[in-house]
Design a protein around this ligand. Structure first.
Ligand SMILES: Cc1cc2nc3c(=O)[nH]c(=O)nc-3n(C[C@H](O)[C@H](O)[C@H](O)COP(=O)(O)OP(=O)(O)OC[C@H]3O[C@@H](n4cnc5c(N)ncnc54)[C@H](O)[C@@H]3O)c2cc1C
Length: 529
């Protein structure tokens, strides 16, 4: 084996452009994005099939828009229900805080959806099968990374046969979850953001919706809202999921035995206030988790990068763990594409952490803060909290932080903010028109004044140009500009009202000098066995 590895290390071209370690939702989304970019990819995943324990249930409009980008939104939609509010109530059922996410948002999708994570992951995996250059190896446990000047050698164990194997890649992305091996090889520490509570998470399949949650009903009596019971005796979450599934989460109290509490009799005892009939229900999964909050100190070292839970972990109170990981790979994939295709310098990859880290920190800190409200078990503090909030409940809307400096380099807002997705006059969505690339959405009179040289520059940079009218024109007016340059991950690179301003924005797209070496992507993953 050592001899094989040595020979491979000496090879001129790596086997693949990118090795993705971990095939959870984040690794699978990355594999789709890289596959549609025409890169060769190997995915190594330790498990034989999709992870079976209960985890994410909600996704935001940004995540749905990313599914749209990879052409899987239509596949996913029938599996979702829409989420309206999360009502935070005290032990008496009085409203303390309303996290409202109802309706279609600026992404062109609902602000929030609920799903069953194994279904969502299966759809992502089926999507990967569309790309012949993406080679998925299950039961493959990556255990060592040897870094070289122009590639990384990934050593893994084939858990089916026990054989050791190796694959070489230009870049390795650790989508390998909270206990990341890649993070350890990078020597990145985890910054503790100080929230580590234990909760039991229970997924139930019920013949009919539960009684006892009238506050979750819509005007037609359908259970739609999630409820966060901020009861100091036992903080509890209730979430209606698609179909017959319902999620309950209960915070473990000091007297609880973490092993005993997952037994059926304990689960039904916890569910007693909702009158769940064991004869008409099934405990699909019940497991105790510690909800961590942490941030890796750095996300890139040379050819190794982190994305998803390997880079950050958050308590689930905002439903943002997976969504943040999806944002990571949305940010990273086009940068990898442009660097590997030789269009952009390797330094473009340094903008990844700079843009993403502060963005995800904002979500984690808000979730931790919310967790403090929800997880109050001190009776006096709970009384004070109720006193403050019942009279004046807080309305919380989804936050939309700006990216860290990275590409916009502290240009004034809205650079670095989310770009809306208006409908075009023919009814199509903006992203469907422009595809997975930079786009200029501009009013006709700005486009008419562009000099030929700038038009050529837009062409050379492969920027899709869309004339704004109707809803798209209203959007530009709302951000007080004539044109907006949108990145492939649908964040705003910059705005412009004159050709000169537009030239400045377009100049921020990193490109190789014309005499730079033409790096070719690796065509096809060589099987290493
Ligand atoms: C109770 C709960 C509720 C949640 N609710 C939400 C929610 O509503 N919304 C939301 O957005 N998020 C939520 N989350 C968070 C979400 O589930 C995670 O953020 C998400 O699953 C992380 O995805 P990932 O792909 O980064 O990591 P994972 O899903 O952990 O995947 C990592 C993969 O890497 C593989 N792997 C690890 N090491 C190796 C190795 N050495 N070699 C090969 N393979 C390896 C693992 O087997 C695994 O398949 C919740 C989490 C919990 C626990």
């Amino acid at each position: 084996m050592a001899k094989v590895a040595h020979e491979r290390d000496a090879m001129a071209a790596p086997d693949v452009d990118v090795a993705v370690i971990g095939y959870g939702p984040v690794g699978a989304m990355l594999a789709n994005l890289l596959g549609m970019s025409g890169l060769s990819v190997v995915v190594l995943e330790r498990e034989a099939s999709v992870y079976h324990l209960p985890r994410a249930v909600s996704a935001d409009g940004e995540a749905l828009r990313l599914f749209q980008t990879i052409g899987l939104a239509d596949e996913l939609l029938p599996r979702l229900n829409t989420s309206r509010n999360i009502r935070h109530v005290n032990a008496k059922g009085q409203l303390l805080l309303l996290l409202t996410r109802a309706g279609i948002g600026p992404e062109g999708w609902n602000n929030a959806y609920r799903f069953y994570q194994p279904e969502l992951e299966s759809i992502l995996r089926a999507g990967v099968a569309r790309f012949p250059l993406v080679d998925v190896r299950l039961r493959a446990d990556a255990f060592a990374l040897d870094e070289h000047a122009d590639h990384v050698c990934v050593r893994y164990e084939n858990l089916s046969s026990g054989a050791l194997d190796v694959v070489t890649a230009r870049y390795v992305i650790g989508c390998d979850g909270a206990r990341s091996t890649v993070r350890r090889f990078m020597g990145a520490a985890l910054q503790d953001l100080r929230s580590h509570e234990r909760w039991i998470v229970i997924d139930m399949v019920l013949e009919s919706p539960p009684a006892g949650v009238p506050e979750a009903h819509d005007e037609n009596g359908v259970v739609v809202d999630a409820i966060q019971y901020c009861d100091p005796a036992r903080p509890t979450t209730f979430i209606p999921m698609p179909g017959k599934r319902h999620r309950w989460e209960f915070m473990l109290m000091p007297q609880d035995d973490a092993a005993a509490i997952t037994r059926a009799e304990s689960v039904y005892a916890l569910l007693a206030p909702w009158n769940i009939d064991p004869e008409k229900s099934e405990i699909e999964r019940a497991v105790v988790y510690t909800f961590h909050s942490a941030l890796a100190t750095w996300w890139r070292r040379d050819r190794l990068l982190l994305a998803g839970d390997s880079a950050h972990q958050t308590p689930p109170f905002l439903g943002q763990g997976m969504c943040s990981g999806l944002r990571d790979v949305a940010n990273l994939a086009w940068k990898l594409r442009d660097v590997i295709l030789g269009r952009a310098p390797d330094a473009l990859l340094d903008t990844y952490q700079s843009e993403r880290m502060e963005h995800v920190r904002a979500f984690i800190e808000l979730a931790v803060e919310l967790g403090r409200v929800i997880q109050t078990t001190d009776l006096e503090k709970a009384r004070q909290r109720d006193h403050d909030l019942v009279a004046n409940p807080t309305m919380l809307r989804p936050i939309m932080p700006r990216l860290g400096p990275g590409l916009h380099n502290n240009a004034s807002a809205p650079a670095g903010a989310r770009a809306a997705q208006p409908r075009l006059v023919d009814g199509s969505r903006l992203d469907d028109r422009v595809g997975y690339r930079f786009a200029l959405l501009a009013k006709a009179h700005l486009l008419e004044t562009l000099p030929t040289s700038l038009r050529k520059q837009l062409d050379d940079l492969d920027i899709a140009v869309v004339t704004a009218s109707g809803e798209a024109s209203d959007y530009l007016t709302s951000i007080a500009n004539e044109g907006v340059v949108v990145r492939p991950d649908r964040y705003i690179l910059g705005v412009a009202s004159t050709p000169e301003e537009l030239e400045g924005v377009v100049g921020r797209i990193p490109r190789m000098a014309t005499n730079a070496p033409d790096i070719q992507p690796v065509r096809g993953a060589a099987s290493s066995s």
